[in-house]
Design a binder for this molecule. Structure first.
Ligand SMILES: [Zn+2]
Length: 222
């Protein structure tokens, strides 16, 4: 048998099942300042995934069920293992054009249109870098944002700001510098530098209307 532990956080109580099935837990809002009787009455099985709907039906309480890992974004969560995401945004300006040397001149014009102009054109890119993790109990921070700022300065700004991406960024050599490829290169540059928390998402805006997201599982292999 497992064990239930309850942890109050404002308007709700987080109940954790530490026996088998420990990968699931339920977040039960308190009504009238007390646990629902069906919970406090020792009905441990309510925390097993298959029996949560029974509580919902029996007690009329709203039960939010979450996977223990992955994104925990419910209101009022204060578990020490809940996931926090912090994001820092920077802007840089760079030039590029699209050209595939394996295409004929006509194909390049057809596929890439105006973006094939070999003289290039510029964008003001906006980069959002998101780090996920648990706040360090001694600092309250997932990652020192000053440290993240320094990493972005070294890895992104100094490499790409006011550069021609087709010629001046070795990491993009041999690639068409699309928003997708630039974002994937930024992921690969940043990922090994993040020592607290982990890199969760790189979002690169080429314009306010167009952005690309890279996250673990695709960017890491790009
Ligand atoms: Zn462009």
């Amino acid at each position: 048998m497992g064990r239930i532990s309850a942890e109050a956080c404002g308007a709700c109580v987080v109940l954790t099942w530490t026996g088998s099935g420990a990968d699931r837990w339920a977040n039960v809002p308190i009504r009238n300042g007390a646990l629902p009787e069906s919970v406090s009455g020792g009905v441990h099985q309510i925390l097993l995934p298959r029996t949560v709907p029974l509580l919902r039906g029996a007690g009329g309480f709203v039960v939010e069920e979450h996977a223990r890992s992955g994104s925990l974004e419910g209101a009022g969560l204060s578990r020490k293992d809940c996931m926090i995401r912090i994001t820092r945004k920077i802007e840089f300006s760079a030039a590029h054009f699209y050209h595939n040397p394996n295409f004929s001149a006509e194909e390049n014009r057809r596929v890439f249109g105006k973006c094939n102009n070999p003289h290039g054109h510029g964008h003001n890119y906006v980069l959002e870098v998101t780090i996920a993790g648990e706040p360090d109990p001694t600092t309250g921070m997932v990652l020192d944002l000053k440290e993240l700022k320094d990493i972005l300065q070294t890895e992104v700004m100094e490499r790409m700001d006011h550069r021609h991406l087709n010629y001046e960024v070795p990491e993009l050599a041999g690639q068409i510098p699309t928003c997708e490829n630039i974002a994937a290169v930024i992921w690969k540059l940043l990922e090994p530098k993040i020592k607290s928390g982990r890199l969760d998402r790189v979002r690169l805006y080429e314009s306010p209307e167009l952005f690309v997201d890279v996250s673990a599982g695709n960017g890491a292999r790009a």
